[in-house]
Ligand binder design. Sequence first.
Ligand SMILES: Cc1cc2nc3c(=O)[nH]c(=O)nc-3n(C[C@H](O)[C@H](O)[C@H](O)COP(=O)(O)O)c2cc1C
Length: 171
Amino acid sequence: MEALETMKTRRSVRAFESRKPGQELIDKVIEAGLYAPSGMGMQTAIVVEITDKAVRDRLSEINGEIMGTKSDPFYGAPVVLAVLARKESPNHVYDGALMMGNLLNAAHAVGLGSCWINRARETFEREDGKKMLAEWGVGGDYEGIGFCILGYAQREGKTAPRKDGRVFYVG
Ligand SMILES: Cc1cc2nc3c(=O)[nH]c(=O)nc-3n(C[C@H](O)[C@H](O)[C@H](O)COP(=O)(O)O)c2cc1C
């Protein structure tokens, strides 16, 4: 899909089929994330691909606990991309957010549904979250930025009208 059209037509998906997308498709999404700009080119953001159902379900449970709900905050998506960023740079949160943006747009470009799911920071501040990171081989001082859930959309999201007054022209 043409880039501008992709950015305009991407919407958050909150209903997914249970079948997993192929690894080659997920890899394309991840690769786009790695090419996001970063402050001073420091590339502080990292991505952890989770396709294992037990791990995905545990992350969903933790997210629900933080949010105070028993429903699945990942809306049944079979794949979760956890984005974290190394705190060594004052730009790390911006870096991670841009990686998230690339992942979301790339998912749409390859025909997958996605949505940014919050509470990554709280998840990886918890002892059980930190233990998961250690098990995954992620060592160092990282902050959770967001979860990009991925899969085949069962239902597409709707486009809200754009708010007026958000663009100013000078000159
Ligand atoms: C920082 C951020 C956090 C978000 N957290 C959640 C979330 O936890 N759960 C959710 O369903 N959607 C979440 N979203 C998705 C937004 O609700 C969605 O982007 C917004 O409603 C606009 O819709 P669109 O993505 O279809 O354009 C988040 C989006 C952003 C940018």
